[in-house]
Design a protein around this ligand. Structure first.
Ligand SMILES: Cc1ncc(COP(=O)(O)O)c(C=O)c1O
Length: 446
């Protein structure tokens, strides 16, 4: 057997010198096929697939597969550098119609990190073209994840940038109002007031004349599905406006439809200047991202004669555009935003109710179909549970037929937006059973 040759993203890799693909199959879940909300591994096990926010209309959706197939035959590639094809404009119009008509341009990328890089460059260029060259710095929030390239990695505050040395300079971190692990003790109002004061102080210390943008995740995804409150985010938006600072909404996970709204910004009632999407844009049928640009930013960038020296060879790929258009039609025609709201509320309230007496559940939270359960050693200290206990829980969950995303003591669940009521019941029952098996403390529910 040959040596295993793949370096996986974000994985604790074993020493590969003496490992084969067979060895790796024993360590990782090895997926061979999938349809709808379900995937199958190489050993014939079937799992509910809730690992990632990517599959919004499930896997192997016939409509998307057929649309892609037709486009592959018609025009399998077209460059958008000095050329174009019909689907870039069609999709841009559609995205603006669902995300808000204060946007007037769409830039296509290959992934979520690329959409954030694009937004950060646009923010800087916006101010350079206005003659405000010093406005080049960025503020993001503690615990935010914005991607892995040099700029997006530099505003990511999860302790992962240190591996690569210095990132881009001029990136600052403001406290995030995480209510389970707050930056100070107090009521919810006091914690939010403190975070806002700290943000205001940071802006003053750096100087508003040097800040290009505040970048935020409306709901922190990788860090544990932790929503900001509506009033907090609205106050952040006013603070940005007051100080002539752009707002970059990172909706790589929350868009499109994941929260029961096309964008979380719609739910929060804010109008960011730049908005990045990726996972739910193409639902995993094609790797793609997009940055939506407000008409105000467009007016400095284009109408005043700017040039945008950024992009990649395969931006705006016709197959990706067609996949996204079909996906959006499915969400509209099958009322999947309502499904995400309705089943999301049911799943959340079921877990809240069932887990209320479980000493090892610190918090159950979420919005729409992004839901998390945070495990703790006990509810007084809220300390993160032991790594090995988490590993046992993760295995138990798999044994119960659910592939979630267990990370740092938190279970993240992202069911596809088109799951049925029966599948939602399967998910809540199996997750509850796995929790009861490992932690106990759940009242009878069946
Ligand atoms: C909020 C957020 N922003 C950006 C990214 C980076 O996206 P990608 O992994 O497609 O580069 C992610 C990925 O998990 C994310 O959750």
């Amino acid at each position: 057997m040959n040596k295993y040759n793949v370096l996986h993203p974000f994985s604790f890799m074993p020493n590969l010198q003496d490992k084969t693909e067979e060895d790796i199959k024993g360590l990782y879940t090895f997926l061979e096929s999938g349809k709808g909300c379900w995937v199958n591994d190489d050993k014939g096990n079937k799992y509910f697939y809730a690992t990632t926010a990517v599959p919004t209309v499930g896997l192997g959706n016939t409509r998307v597969v057929e649309a892609i197939h037709k486009q592959m035959e018609r025009l399998s590639f077209a460059s958008t550098c000095g050329q174009t094809h019909p689907y870039v404009q069609k999709l841009a119009e559609k995205l603006i119609s669902v995300a808000g008509d204060h946007f007037s341009l769409c830039f296509y990328t290959m992934d979520g990190s690329g959409a954030i890089e694009t937004a950060m460059k646009l923010a800087r260029q916006h101010f350079i073209q206005k003659g405000l060259h010093k406005k080049s710095k960025f503020i993001s929030f503690d615990g935010n994840y914005h991607g892995t390239m040099f700029a997006s990695g530099s505003v990511t505050n999860m302790g992962i940038q240190e591996s690569f040395g210095e990132g881009i300079t001029g990136c600052y971190t403001a406290p995030f109002p995480n209510m389970l692990r707050p930056p100070l003790e107090g009521t919810e109002e006091e914690i939010m007031a403190y975070c806002l004061q700290q943000l205001e102080k940071l802006i003053a210390e750096i100087s508003p004349d040097e800040i290009a943008a505040i970048i935020f995740e409306p709901i922190q995804a990788v860090n544990g599905i932790i929503p900001m409150s509506q009033s907090f985010l609205q106050q952040v938006a006013s603070l940005a406006k007051k100080n002539n600072i752009l707002l970059i909404a990172d909706e790589v996970t929350t868009g499109l439809g994941r929260t029961g709204y096309w964008t979380a910004s719609e739910y929060y009632g804010i109008k960011p200047d730049l908005l990045a999407i990726s996972k739910g844009l193409t639902g995993g049928y094609f790797p793609m991202g997009a940055t939506l640009i407000s008409s105000e930013v467009e007016s400095t960038l284009i109408r005043e004669g700017g040039v945008f020296l950024h992009g990649s060879t395969q931006c705006g790929h016709p197959v990706g555009c067609v996949a996204a258009l079909e996906l959006i039609s499915i969400i509209e025609e099958e009322n999947l935003l309502d499904n995400a709201k309705h089943l999301g509320e049911n799943i959340l309230s079921t877990f809240k109710d069932r887990l209320k007496d479980c000493e090892h559940v610190g918090e159950v939270r979420g919005q729409g179909l992004m839901i998390s359960i945070e495990f703790v050693t006990d509810r007084q200290s809220n300390n993160t549970i032991d790594f090995s206990l988490g590993e046992r829980f993760s295995q138990e969950l798999r044994r119960h037929g659910v592939l979630g995303n267990y990370f740092n003591g938190i279970l993240l669940l992202y069911p596809p937006l088109n799951l049925s009521e029966g599948e939602a019941t399967f998910l809540t029952n199996k997750v509850s059973q796995a929790i009861n098996q490992i932690f106990g403390g759940i009242n009878k529910y069946e």
